[in-house]
Design a binder for this molecule. Structure first.
Ligand code: FES
Length: 535
């Protein structure tokens, strides 16, 4: 019987199911929940999930669901079987997703602009996976509240390339992507205002920072050029308009500002990261690395800025890993092997039954397999008590066996998963090394590596160094700065000076396109080796 991959959102958990299994059965199999009052008999209409691609509705679905829902891809989990790889969003579970809203920044030299008493603003970090919105008092610059959710576009694909491909299908698809993200910003901003008792007509500015693809999709710009070399953006300059002009219904009269883009894969979020850490003012050589569904790398050589984007894929978000998932209840976040024949020590978010591995545990697993000789530097797995032949997938390390930690199914880390991590880490390291070459710096010159984003916040730096994800610096030189793009967005919101500076940084930064760089292929091949990189 044929099997297909079902990705369950918002956790991003991937499971292989056969064509006879309903989505409801699959959801239950991995211990997740969806309302099902009738127990799957097809009478209550409660087991609604959003599906992509959505096959033609069954008779029961046509009876129990309205046209609007059916057209939007809503189906009944108990009635639906899949005939191709599919994504399904289980509603009302986003509260459990660990979304990183806070960040640290260098001491601010951006005082709030004067003359904004009684005015408020919203800063939005528009990520590929998550959207975070912050409500600030524009006169004091103080944050009043924040709110976050999954980017609703995840149903259309995990990474920016799949979103671009979806948007290019036809005009309707592009409009759907734009509308979904604007509606989410509207929802977050309405929620923030009502929770903080701030009338929405007192919002005078809304700032958005995002990668170039998110920027283009939100503004309804044609993203086609981002999907093809030389990956040119349609718009590089900052963009200012009114809420109603861009389609934000909750703030029709508010000034809306989109941060500028550097290149097709280096957007306003990277510039906001630079701004929040003032990498442009660094006294030494420092690196700024943001690993999400892509990897953006910035090198500052005493304030001279170099940057690139590494096509790291989504392995560190769990998307291309057999039992990968996002940081949500049930995700293993750390793993340590004490004895190679014993079950590894696990730390599970929410302390419940483990369901899969999120990015930090994925790095730990490869580092621990390497440390214990269960893989070699080229990534090849070796049979042992817990490295089993997983038939279809070949060799696989048994992270959790049936019955361990009350799990009803196995969680494995396969030889293919090790390869996926090698490709992802190879892309990040090769990008870093190319920037070091062009800036003429050596590993010993690097005084700090600032890691932005959720992955950087939760990974164990020693595991990252062991597999050679970064050049080998002292452990204390690796500094997690949290949601640095969000911190930068807040500065852009309150200060005209910061908006002027980000435009200047956009023009001054030295951007390198790795795909066309002369020796990238050689550097990349060497960078996939699992070893600590000293130079
Ligand atoms: S569980 Fe009742 S209709 Fe699906």
């Amino acid at each position: 019987m044929r099997e297909h991959i079902l990705v369950l959102e918002p956790s991003g958990l991937r499971i292989a199911i056969n064509e006879q299994t309903t989505i409801l059965e699959a959801i239950r199999m991995v211990g997740l929940q969806v309302s099902s009052e009738c127990g799957g008999r097809g009478t209550c209409g409660k087991c609604r999930v959003l599906i992509n691609p959505a096959a033609a509705p069954t008779q029961v679905e046509s009876t129990l669901l309205g046209k609007h829902d059916l057209d939007g891809g809503v189906r009944l989990a108990c009635q639906h079987r899949i005939s191709s790889d599919t994504r399904a969003v289980i509603p009302h579970t986003t509260a459990a997703v660990k979304i990183l809203a806070s960040g640290v920044s260098s001491p601010s030299d951006f005082a709030p602009d004067e003359g904004h008493e009684g005015e408020f603003g919203i800063a939005v970090d528009l990520g590929t996976t998550t959207i975070v919105a912050y409500l600030l008092d524009l006169s004091s610059g103080n944050q009043i509240a924040n709110s976050a959710d999954l980017n609703p576009q995840v149903i259309f694909g995990e990474d920016v390339m799949s979103r671009i491909a979806y948007a290019m299908k036809d005009e309707k698809s592009g409009t759907l992507l734009k509308r979904s993200v604007l509606e989410k910003i509207d929802e977050l901003s309405t929620m923030l205002c009502s929770a903080s008792k701030v009338p929405s007509d007192q919002l005078s500015r809304l700032v958005v920072v995002g990668n170039t693809a998110m920027h283009h999709l939100a503004l309804g710009l044609d993203p086609a050029s981002l999907g093809l070399a030389p990956y040119e953006p349609q718009m590089r300059d900052a963009f200012t308009s009114k809420g109603r002009e861009v389609g934000l219904k909750s703030v029709p009269n508010t000034e809306v500002y989109f941060a500028p883009n550097v290149a097709g894969f280096v957007g306003g979020d990277t510039l906001a990261f630079i701004l929040s850490q003032r990498l442009d003012l660094a006294d030494d050589v420092v690196l700024g690395i943001d690993i999400g569904t892509n990897g953006e790398i910035v090198l500052s050589k005493r304030g001279e800025l170099f940057c690139c984007s590494a096509a790291a894929g989504s392995a560190f978000e769990g998307a291309t890993i057999s039992h990968g998932m996002r940081g949500q209840d049930g995700a293993i976040e750390h793993l340590a092997i004490r004895e190679i024949e014993d079950a590894p020590d696990l730390s599970v978010i929410g302390d419940g039954v483990p369901r899969g591995l999120c990015g930090s545990a994925i790095v730990d697993t490869v580092a621990e397999l390497l440390r214990n000789g269960l893989i070699n530097a080229s990534g090849r797995m070796k049979v042992s008590a817990r490295v089993v032949d997983n038939t279809k997938e070949g060799l696989a390390y048994l992270v959790v066996d049936v019955g361990e930690h009350a799990s009803k199914s196995r969680i494995v880390f396969t030889q293919k998963d090790v390869r996926q991590v090698q490709l992802a880490k190879g892309a990040i390291l090769a990008g870093t090394q190319i920037l070091m070459q062009v800036a003429n710096v050596r590993t010993e010159d690097i005084k700090a590596i600032y890691l932005a984003g959720a992955f950087g916040n939760y990974i164990d730096p020693s595991s990252a160094l062991r597999i050679g994800l970064f050049p080998h610096v002292d452990l204390e030189s690796i500094i997690a700065v949290g949601n640095a793009a969000g911190e930068g967005a807040k500065r852009l919101l309150i200060s005209k000076k910061s908006r002027e500076l980000i435009e200047q940084l956009r023009k001054e930064i030295n951007y390198y396109e790795l795909a066309t760089h002369d020796n990238f292929a050689d550097v990349f091949a060497q960078a996939t080796v699992l070893e600590s990189i000293r130079d």
